[in-house]
Design a protein around this ligand. Structure first.
Ligand code: HEM
Ligand code: HEM
Length: 402
Protein backbone atom coordinates (compact mmCIF):
# COMPACT_ATOMS: atom_id res chain seq x y z
CA UNK A 1 0.00 0.00 0.00
CA UNK A 2 2.02 3.06 -1.15
CA UNK A 3 2.33 5.91 1.33
CA UNK A 4 2.42 8.54 -1.40
CA UNK A 5 -0.44 9.72 -3.58
CA UNK A 6 -0.44 8.86 -7.28
CA UNK A 7 -2.41 10.30 -10.17
CA UNK A 8 -4.78 7.37 -9.65
CA UNK A 9 -5.41 7.37 -5.92
CA UNK A 10 -4.62 8.56 -2.40
CA UNK A 11 -1.66 7.05 -0.54
CA UNK A 12 -2.03 5.60 2.95
CA UNK A 13 -0.73 8.77 4.64
CA UNK A 14 -3.26 11.08 2.93
CA UNK A 15 -6.05 8.60 3.68
CA UNK A 16 -5.06 8.31 7.35
CA UNK A 17 -4.93 12.10 7.65
CA UNK A 18 -8.31 12.40 5.93
CA UNK A 19 -10.10 10.01 8.25
CA UNK A 20 -8.33 11.24 11.38
CA UNK A 21 -9.43 14.84 10.61
CA UNK A 22 -12.91 13.58 9.77
CA UNK A 23 -13.11 11.81 13.14
CA UNK A 24 -11.88 14.86 15.05
CA UNK A 25 -14.18 17.28 13.20
CA UNK A 26 -17.23 15.06 13.51
CA UNK A 27 -16.57 14.80 17.27
CA UNK A 28 -15.94 18.51 17.66
CA UNK A 29 -19.09 19.82 16.01
CA UNK A 30 -21.57 18.12 18.37
CA UNK A 31 -19.24 18.66 21.35
CA UNK A 32 -19.10 22.45 20.76
CA UNK A 33 -22.80 22.63 20.02
CA UNK A 34 -23.66 20.75 23.23
CA UNK A 35 -21.10 22.61 25.37
CA UNK A 36 -22.62 26.03 24.72
CA UNK A 37 -26.10 24.74 25.59
CA UNK A 38 -25.31 22.88 28.82
CA UNK A 39 -26.75 24.34 32.04
CA UNK A 40 -24.48 25.62 34.81
CA UNK A 41 -26.90 26.57 37.55
CA UNK A 42 -25.50 24.19 40.16
CA UNK A 43 -21.95 23.21 41.08
CA UNK A 44 -22.40 19.73 39.58
CA UNK A 45 -23.72 21.18 36.33
CA UNK A 46 -20.93 23.74 36.20
CA UNK A 47 -18.27 21.08 36.79
CA UNK A 48 -19.71 18.93 33.96
CA UNK A 49 -20.03 21.88 31.57
CA UNK A 50 -16.43 22.87 32.28
CA UNK A 51 -15.31 19.29 31.47
CA UNK A 52 -17.18 19.24 28.16
CA UNK A 53 -15.75 22.65 27.23
CA UNK A 54 -12.23 21.59 28.24
CA UNK A 55 -12.61 18.46 26.08
CA UNK A 56 -13.90 20.54 23.13
CA UNK A 57 -11.02 22.99 23.36
CA UNK A 58 -8.31 20.40 23.99
CA UNK A 59 -9.38 18.11 21.12
CA UNK A 60 -9.68 21.20 18.92
CA UNK A 61 -6.09 22.20 19.67
CA UNK A 62 -4.91 18.69 18.82
CA UNK A 63 -6.64 19.21 15.49
CA UNK A 64 -4.59 22.37 14.79
CA UNK A 65 -1.44 20.25 14.76
CA UNK A 66 -3.01 17.40 12.79
CA UNK A 67 -4.31 19.96 10.27
CA UNK A 68 -0.88 21.57 9.88
CA UNK A 69 0.74 18.18 9.31
CA UNK A 70 -2.01 17.21 6.86
CA UNK A 71 -1.63 20.43 4.88
CA UNK A 72 2.17 20.13 4.75
CA UNK A 73 1.82 16.54 3.56
CA UNK A 74 -0.78 17.49 0.92
CA UNK A 75 1.56 20.21 -0.41
CA UNK A 76 4.24 17.59 -1.02
CA UNK A 77 1.86 15.24 -2.83
CA UNK A 78 0.32 14.70 -6.24
CA UNK A 79 -3.38 15.41 -6.46
CA UNK A 80 -5.24 12.30 -7.66
CA UNK A 81 -7.08 13.10 -10.88
CA UNK A 82 -10.87 13.46 -10.90
CA UNK A 83 -12.78 10.46 -12.18
CA UNK A 84 -15.08 12.56 -14.35
CA UNK A 85 -13.03 15.46 -15.81
CA UNK A 86 -15.79 16.02 -18.37
CA UNK A 87 -18.22 17.08 -15.61
CA UNK A 88 -16.78 20.57 -15.31
CA UNK A 89 -19.28 22.06 -12.84
CA UNK A 90 -19.21 19.07 -10.52
CA UNK A 91 -15.39 19.03 -10.48
CA UNK A 92 -15.35 22.76 -9.81
CA UNK A 93 -17.84 22.45 -6.91
CA UNK A 94 -15.99 19.48 -5.39
CA UNK A 95 -12.71 21.37 -5.48
CA UNK A 96 -14.19 24.55 -4.03
CA UNK A 97 -15.57 22.46 -1.16
CA UNK A 98 -12.16 20.83 -0.62
CA UNK A 99 -10.64 24.32 -0.30
CA UNK A 100 -13.33 25.27 2.22
CA UNK A 101 -12.62 22.12 4.21
CA UNK A 102 -8.86 22.60 4.15
CA UNK A 103 -9.28 26.21 5.28
CA UNK A 104 -11.80 25.26 7.95
CA UNK A 105 -9.55 22.75 9.67
CA UNK A 106 -7.29 25.68 10.58
CA UNK A 107 -9.66 28.66 10.75
CA UNK A 108 -12.19 26.98 13.05
CA UNK A 109 -9.84 25.72 15.78
CA UNK A 110 -7.53 28.76 15.60
CA UNK A 111 -10.40 31.23 16.12
CA UNK A 112 -11.70 29.03 18.98
CA UNK A 113 -8.23 29.02 20.50
CA UNK A 114 -7.90 32.83 20.31
CA UNK A 115 -11.42 33.15 21.78
CA UNK A 116 -10.28 30.99 24.70
CA UNK A 117 -6.91 32.70 25.21
CA UNK A 118 -8.45 36.19 25.27
CA UNK A 119 -11.32 35.35 27.65
CA UNK A 120 -10.91 35.29 31.40
CA UNK A 121 -10.92 31.96 33.26
CA UNK A 122 -13.40 29.51 31.87
CA UNK A 123 -12.73 25.80 31.28
CA UNK A 124 -8.96 25.34 31.18
CA UNK A 125 -7.16 23.36 28.47
CA UNK A 126 -5.88 19.88 29.23
CA UNK A 127 -2.65 20.78 27.46
CA UNK A 128 0.21 22.32 29.48
CA UNK A 129 0.23 25.28 27.06
CA UNK A 130 -2.19 27.51 25.23
CA UNK A 131 -4.28 29.13 27.97
CA UNK A 132 -2.66 32.37 26.81
CA UNK A 133 -1.22 33.12 23.39
CA UNK A 134 1.46 35.62 22.33
CA UNK A 135 0.00 38.90 21.00
CA UNK A 136 -3.51 37.90 22.15
CA UNK A 137 -4.77 40.36 24.78
CA UNK A 138 -7.08 39.31 27.61
CA UNK A 139 -9.96 41.50 26.55
CA UNK A 140 -13.65 40.53 26.55
CA UNK A 141 -14.65 42.65 23.52
CA UNK A 142 -11.76 41.24 21.47
CA UNK A 143 -12.67 37.74 22.66
CA UNK A 144 -16.28 38.20 21.56
CA UNK A 145 -15.13 39.03 18.04
CA UNK A 146 -13.32 35.69 17.92
CA UNK A 147 -16.36 33.90 19.36
CA UNK A 148 -18.30 35.35 16.40
CA UNK A 149 -15.60 34.34 13.93
CA UNK A 150 -15.47 30.86 15.44
CA UNK A 151 -19.21 30.47 15.01
CA UNK A 152 -19.24 31.82 11.45
CA UNK A 153 -16.36 29.57 10.38
CA UNK A 154 -18.14 26.64 12.04
CA UNK A 155 -21.28 27.45 10.01
CA UNK A 156 -19.19 27.49 6.79
CA UNK A 157 -17.55 24.20 7.78
CA UNK A 158 -20.90 22.52 8.47
CA UNK A 159 -22.31 23.68 5.11
CA UNK A 160 -19.20 22.57 3.22
CA UNK A 161 -19.13 19.25 5.04
CA UNK A 162 -22.80 18.62 4.26
CA UNK A 163 -22.08 19.16 0.54
CA UNK A 164 -18.88 17.06 0.76
CA UNK A 165 -20.55 14.06 2.42
CA UNK A 166 -23.58 14.30 0.13
CA UNK A 167 -21.23 14.36 -2.88
CA UNK A 168 -19.25 11.34 -1.64
CA UNK A 169 -22.46 9.37 -1.05
CA UNK A 170 -23.83 10.38 -4.46
CA UNK A 171 -20.70 9.01 -6.14
CA UNK A 172 -20.91 5.80 -4.16
CA UNK A 173 -24.63 5.12 -4.35
CA UNK A 174 -25.82 6.77 -7.57
CA UNK A 175 -22.75 6.94 -9.81
CA UNK A 176 -21.38 3.72 -8.27
CA UNK A 177 -17.86 4.91 -9.05
CA UNK A 178 -14.62 4.48 -7.08
CA UNK A 179 -14.41 7.96 -5.48
CA UNK A 180 -15.30 6.86 -1.95
CA UNK A 181 -13.52 3.53 -2.28
CA UNK A 182 -10.21 5.18 -3.21
CA UNK A 183 -10.40 7.32 -0.09
CA UNK A 184 -11.29 4.28 2.02
CA UNK A 185 -8.82 1.75 0.69
CA UNK A 186 -5.73 1.65 -1.51
CA UNK A 187 -6.79 -1.53 -3.24
CA UNK A 188 -9.53 -0.20 -5.48
CA UNK A 189 -9.59 -0.86 -9.22
CA UNK A 190 -9.48 2.43 -11.06
CA UNK A 191 -9.58 3.43 -14.70
CA UNK A 192 -6.39 4.96 -16.14
CA UNK A 193 -6.43 8.65 -15.27
CA UNK A 194 -4.52 11.61 -16.67
CA UNK A 195 -3.07 14.17 -14.26
CA UNK A 196 -5.10 17.39 -14.15
CA UNK A 197 -3.62 20.76 -13.23
CA UNK A 198 -4.88 22.70 -10.17
CA UNK A 199 -7.49 25.30 -11.11
CA UNK A 200 -7.53 28.68 -9.45
CA UNK A 201 -11.28 29.33 -9.78
CA UNK A 202 -12.40 26.86 -7.03
CA UNK A 203 -10.06 28.58 -4.54
CA UNK A 204 -11.55 31.96 -5.48
CA UNK A 205 -15.04 30.50 -5.05
CA UNK A 206 -14.11 29.24 -1.57
CA UNK A 207 -12.79 32.70 -0.62
CA UNK A 208 -16.04 34.22 -1.89
CA UNK A 209 -18.07 31.82 0.29
CA UNK A 210 -16.11 32.87 3.40
CA UNK A 211 -16.57 36.53 2.50
CA UNK A 212 -20.34 36.07 2.11
CA UNK A 213 -20.65 34.19 5.41
CA UNK A 214 -18.58 36.78 7.32
CA UNK A 215 -20.37 39.79 5.83
CA UNK A 216 -23.78 38.14 6.22
CA UNK A 217 -22.94 37.10 9.78
CA UNK A 218 -21.81 40.62 10.71
CA UNK A 219 -25.12 42.00 9.40
CA UNK A 220 -27.07 39.40 11.34
CA UNK A 221 -25.57 40.56 14.65
CA UNK A 222 -22.18 38.84 14.88
CA UNK A 223 -19.88 41.89 14.60
CA UNK A 224 -16.32 41.22 13.53
CA UNK A 225 -14.83 44.36 15.03
CA UNK A 226 -14.72 45.45 18.65
CA UNK A 227 -17.77 47.45 19.63
CA UNK A 228 -16.82 50.98 20.69
CA UNK A 229 -15.88 51.67 24.28
CA UNK A 230 -18.28 54.61 24.36
CA UNK A 231 -21.26 52.37 25.19
CA UNK A 232 -19.79 51.28 28.47
CA UNK A 233 -18.05 54.58 29.14
CA UNK A 234 -21.40 56.36 29.09
CA UNK A 235 -22.60 54.00 31.80
CA UNK A 236 -19.57 54.29 34.03
CA UNK A 237 -19.88 55.89 37.41
CA UNK A 238 -23.14 57.77 37.20
CA UNK A 239 -23.15 60.81 39.38
CA UNK A 240 -25.65 61.74 41.99
CA UNK A 241 -25.44 65.37 42.97
CA UNK A 242 -25.45 65.73 46.71
CA UNK A 243 -25.93 69.32 47.96
CA UNK A 244 -22.81 70.58 49.68
CA UNK A 245 -21.12 67.38 48.70
CA UNK A 246 -18.92 65.97 46.03
CA UNK A 247 -19.86 64.65 42.60
CA UNK A 248 -18.13 61.66 41.09
CA UNK A 249 -16.80 62.47 37.62
CA UNK A 250 -15.18 59.16 36.90
CA UNK A 251 -14.45 55.94 38.67
CA UNK A 252 -14.15 52.24 38.64
CA UNK A 253 -15.69 49.64 40.89
CA UNK A 254 -14.27 46.19 40.44
CA UNK A 255 -14.18 42.71 41.90
CA UNK A 256 -11.94 39.75 41.27
CA UNK A 257 -13.20 36.18 41.36
CA UNK A 258 -10.91 33.15 41.54
CA UNK A 259 -12.47 30.61 39.20
CA UNK A 260 -10.73 27.29 38.52
CA UNK A 261 -7.39 28.73 39.50
CA UNK A 262 -7.50 31.89 37.42
CA UNK A 263 -8.57 35.35 38.50
CA UNK A 264 -11.53 36.73 36.60
CA UNK A 265 -11.72 40.52 36.85
CA UNK A 266 -15.16 42.09 36.94
CA UNK A 267 -16.42 45.67 36.70
CA UNK A 268 -19.72 47.23 37.69
CA UNK A 269 -20.45 49.63 34.86
CA UNK A 270 -23.31 51.48 36.52
CA UNK A 271 -23.24 52.84 40.04
CA UNK A 272 -23.90 56.11 41.79
CA UNK A 273 -22.14 57.67 44.76
CA UNK A 274 -23.46 60.47 46.95
CA UNK A 275 -20.61 61.87 49.00
CA UNK A 276 -20.55 64.47 51.76
CA UNK A 277 -17.13 65.22 53.09
CA UNK A 278 -15.75 68.08 55.15
CA UNK A 279 -12.02 68.16 54.73
CA UNK A 280 -11.56 70.60 57.61
CA UNK A 281 -12.37 67.81 60.07
CA UNK A 282 -9.11 65.95 60.61
CA UNK A 283 -10.24 63.52 63.32
CA UNK A 284 -13.48 61.53 63.70
CA UNK A 285 -16.56 61.54 61.48
CA UNK A 286 -15.83 63.74 58.47
CA UNK A 287 -18.77 62.85 56.25
CA UNK A 288 -20.84 60.07 54.75
CA UNK A 289 -21.24 58.19 51.54
CA UNK A 290 -23.99 56.18 49.85
CA UNK A 291 -23.11 54.01 46.89
CA UNK A 292 -25.86 52.33 44.84
CA UNK A 293 -24.60 49.63 42.53
CA UNK A 294 -26.47 48.08 39.61
CA UNK A 295 -25.62 44.40 39.90
CA UNK A 296 -26.93 43.78 36.37
CA UNK A 297 -24.19 46.07 35.03
CA UNK A 298 -21.49 43.63 36.13
CA UNK A 299 -19.23 42.39 33.38
CA UNK A 300 -17.23 39.44 34.64
CA UNK A 301 -15.00 37.96 31.96
CA UNK A 302 -16.89 35.39 29.93
CA UNK A 303 -19.13 34.45 32.88
CA UNK A 304 -21.23 37.63 33.26
CA UNK A 305 -24.50 35.87 32.48
CA UNK A 306 -23.63 33.00 34.78
CA UNK A 307 -22.94 35.47 37.61
CA UNK A 308 -26.47 36.87 37.25
CA UNK A 309 -28.11 33.51 37.92
CA UNK A 310 -30.08 32.77 41.11
CA UNK A 311 -27.29 30.81 42.77
CA UNK A 312 -24.88 33.72 42.35
CA UNK A 313 -25.98 37.38 42.39
CA UNK A 314 -29.61 36.56 41.51
CA UNK A 315 -29.80 39.84 39.62
CA UNK A 316 -33.47 39.41 38.70
CA UNK A 317 -34.51 39.42 42.38
CA UNK A 318 -31.73 41.66 43.80
CA UNK A 319 -30.88 44.13 41.03
CA UNK A 320 -28.99 46.58 43.25
CA UNK A 321 -26.56 46.57 46.14
CA UNK A 322 -26.11 49.52 48.50
CA UNK A 323 -23.23 50.62 50.68
CA UNK A 324 -23.92 53.35 53.22
CA UNK A 325 -21.10 54.45 55.47
CA UNK A 326 -19.67 57.16 57.65
CA UNK A 327 -16.37 58.58 56.49
CA UNK A 328 -14.00 58.43 59.44
CA UNK A 329 -10.69 60.21 59.42
CA UNK A 330 -7.59 60.11 61.60
CA UNK A 331 -5.04 62.50 60.04
CA UNK A 332 -4.26 61.00 56.65
CA UNK A 333 -5.95 57.65 57.43
CA UNK A 334 -9.48 57.25 56.09
CA UNK A 335 -12.07 54.51 56.36
CA UNK A 336 -15.65 54.23 55.17
CA UNK A 337 -17.34 52.38 58.01
CA UNK A 338 -20.84 51.19 57.22
CA UNK A 339 -23.09 48.50 55.87
CA UNK A 340 -23.26 46.68 52.59
CA UNK A 341 -26.61 45.30 51.47
CA UNK A 342 -26.06 42.67 48.81
CA UNK A 343 -28.43 39.92 47.67
CA UNK A 344 -30.83 40.85 50.47
CA UNK A 345 -28.22 40.51 53.24
CA UNK A 346 -26.98 43.52 55.21
CA UNK A 347 -23.53 43.18 56.77
CA UNK A 348 -20.98 45.59 58.24
CA UNK A 349 -18.21 46.61 55.87
CA UNK A 350 -15.11 48.65 56.53
CA UNK A 351 -13.36 50.06 53.50
CA UNK A 352 -9.98 51.72 54.15
CA UNK A 353 -9.05 54.22 51.47
CA UNK A 354 -6.57 56.88 50.47
CA UNK A 355 -7.65 60.39 49.55
CA UNK A 356 -5.90 63.18 47.77
CA UNK A 357 -7.52 66.57 47.49
CA UNK A 358 -6.23 69.08 44.98
CA UNK A 359 -8.34 72.26 45.05
CA UNK A 360 -11.86 71.21 44.06
CA UNK A 361 -10.88 67.75 42.87
CA UNK A 362 -10.52 64.64 45.03
CA UNK A 363 -9.16 61.25 44.15
CA UNK A 364 -9.88 58.24 46.33
CA UNK A 365 -8.82 54.66 46.08
CA UNK A 366 -9.79 51.85 48.43
CA UNK A 367 -10.05 48.11 48.62
CA UNK A 368 -11.35 45.38 50.86
CA UNK A 369 -12.25 41.72 50.66
CA UNK A 370 -15.69 40.14 50.91
CA UNK A 371 -16.52 36.54 51.64
CA UNK A 372 -19.09 35.46 49.06
CA UNK A 373 -20.56 32.87 51.47
CA UNK A 374 -21.69 35.63 53.82
CA UNK A 375 -24.02 36.85 51.05
CA UNK A 376 -25.13 33.36 49.90
CA UNK A 377 -23.37 33.81 46.56
CA UNK A 378 -22.49 30.55 44.82
CA UNK A 379 -23.66 28.37 47.72
CA UNK A 380 -23.83 25.29 45.53
CA UNK A 381 -20.14 25.72 44.68
CA UNK A 382 -18.66 24.77 48.02
CA UNK A 383 -15.20 23.98 46.68
CA UNK A 384 -13.03 27.12 46.82
CA UNK A 385 -10.86 25.67 44.01
CA UNK A 386 -13.84 25.93 41.68
CA UNK A 387 -14.89 29.35 42.98
CA UNK A 388 -12.81 31.16 45.61
CA UNK A 389 -14.58 32.28 48.80
CA UNK A 390 -12.72 35.57 49.09
CA UNK A 391 -13.65 38.27 46.61
CA UNK A 392 -11.35 41.32 46.57
CA UNK A 393 -13.23 44.53 45.85
CA UNK A 394 -11.61 47.75 44.73
CA UNK A 395 -12.87 51.23 44.07
CA UNK A 396 -11.17 54.27 42.62
CA UNK A 397 -12.92 57.52 41.88
CA UNK A 398 -12.39 61.16 41.14
CA UNK A 399 -14.91 63.65 42.51
CA UNK A 400 -15.30 67.41 42.23
CA UNK A 401 -16.68 69.75 44.85
CA UNK A 402 -20.28 70.75 44.06
C1 HEM B 1 -18.02 11.14 6.76
C2 HEM B 1 -17.37 12.12 6.30
C3 HEM B 1 -16.57 12.18 5.02
C4 HEM B 1 -16.66 11.47 3.85
C5 HEM B 1 -17.63 10.37 3.52
C6 HEM B 1 -15.63 11.96 2.98
C7 HEM B 1 -15.34 11.48 1.73
C8 HEM B 1 -14.32 11.91 0.91
C9 HEM B 1 -13.98 11.36 -0.35
C10 HEM B 1 -14.68 10.22 -1.01
C11 HEM B 1 -12.96 12.07 -0.86
C12 HEM B 1 -12.23 11.81 -2.16
C13 HEM B 1 -12.69 12.76 -3.20
C14 HEM B 1 -11.95 12.49 -4.50
O1 HEM B 1 -11.35 11.43 -4.63
O2 HEM B 1 -11.99 13.36 -5.38
C15 HEM B 1 -12.64 13.09 0.08
C16 HEM B 1 -11.65 14.02 -0.09
C17 HEM B 1 -11.43 15.06 0.77
N1 HEM B 1 -12.04 15.23 1.99
FE1 HEM B 1 -13.48 14.09 2.80
N2 HEM B 1 -14.97 12.98 3.60
C18 HEM B 1 -15.51 13.12 4.84
C19 HEM B 1 -15.15 14.02 5.80
C20 HEM B 1 -14.24 15.02 5.58
C21 HEM B 1 -13.89 16.02 6.55
C22 HEM B 1 -14.48 16.14 7.96
C23 HEM B 1 -12.99 16.84 5.98
C24 HEM B 1 -12.29 18.04 6.53
C25 HEM B 1 -12.81 18.90 7.25
C26 HEM B 1 -12.73 16.34 4.65
C27 HEM B 1 -11.87 16.91 3.76
C28 HEM B 1 -11.55 16.40 2.54
C29 HEM B 1 -10.63 16.99 1.62
C30 HEM B 1 -9.88 18.31 1.83
C31 HEM B 1 -10.54 16.16 0.53
C32 HEM B 1 -9.67 16.34 -0.72
C33 HEM B 1 -8.63 15.33 -0.71
C34 HEM B 1 -7.37 15.75 -0.07
O3 HEM B 1 -6.65 16.53 -0.68
O4 HEM B 1 -7.08 15.27 1.05
N3 HEM B 1 -13.50 15.23 4.44
N4 HEM B 1 -13.49 12.97 1.16
C1 HEM C 1 -12.34 21.86 14.51
C2 HEM C 1 -12.41 22.29 15.66
C3 HEM C 1 -13.62 22.91 16.26
C4 HEM C 1 -14.93 22.82 15.92
C5 HEM C 1 -15.55 22.05 14.76
C6 HEM C 1 -15.68 23.64 16.84
C7 HEM C 1 -17.03 23.77 16.84
C8 HEM C 1 -17.75 24.53 17.74
C9 HEM C 1 -19.17 24.64 17.77
C10 HEM C 1 -20.14 23.91 16.85
C11 HEM C 1 -19.48 25.49 18.75
C12 HEM C 1 -20.88 25.93 19.17
C13 HEM C 1 -21.28 27.19 18.48
C14 HEM C 1 -22.67 27.62 18.91
O1 HEM C 1 -23.60 26.82 18.78
O2 HEM C 1 -22.80 28.77 19.36
C15 HEM C 1 -18.26 25.92 19.37
C16 HEM C 1 -18.17 26.81 20.42
C17 HEM C 1 -16.99 27.12 21.07
N1 HEM C 1 -15.75 26.63 20.79
FE1 HEM C 1 -15.27 25.42 19.26
N2 HEM C 1 -14.79 24.21 17.72
C18 HEM C 1 -13.53 23.77 17.41
C19 HEM C 1 -12.36 24.08 18.05
C20 HEM C 1 -12.26 24.88 19.18
C21 HEM C 1 -11.05 25.19 19.89
C22 HEM C 1 -9.66 24.69 19.50
C23 HEM C 1 -11.39 26.00 20.93
C24 HEM C 1 -10.52 26.63 22.00
C25 HEM C 1 -9.31 26.29 22.32
C26 HEM C 1 -12.81 26.20 20.88
C27 HEM C 1 -13.52 26.99 21.73
C28 HEM C 1 -14.86 27.19 21.67
C29 HEM C 1 -15.56 28.08 22.56
C30 HEM C 1 -14.94 28.90 23.71
C31 HEM C 1 -16.89 28.04 22.17
C32 HEM C 1 -18.03 28.83 22.78
C33 HEM C 1 -18.16 30.08 21.97
C34 HEM C 1 -18.66 31.22 22.79
O3 HEM C 1 -18.11 31.45 23.86
O4 HEM C 1 -19.60 31.88 22.32
N3 HEM C 1 -13.32 25.50 19.80
N4 HEM C 1 -17.20 25.32 18.73
Amino acid sequence: MPAQNSTQTYGSVARSFHWLTALLILTQIPLGFIAVRLPYDTAAELAFTVKVFSAHKSIGIALVFVALARILWALSQKKPAGLHPERKLETFAAEAVHWLLYGSILLVPVTGWIRHASAAGFAPLWWPFGDTLPFVPEDEAFSQVFANLHLLFVVTLVLALGAHIAGALKHHVIDRDAILRRMLSGRTKLPALIAQPHMRAPLLAALAVWAVVLIGGAQMGYPLAKTTESDSASETALTERAPGGWSVTEGQLGISVAQLGSDVEGTFNTWTAAINFDETISSGRAGDVTVDISIASLTLGSISSEAAKPDYFDTAVFPTATFTADILREGEAYVANGKLTLKGTELPLILPFTLEIDGDSATMSGSTTLDRRAFAIGDSTSDPKTLGFEVPLSITLTATRN
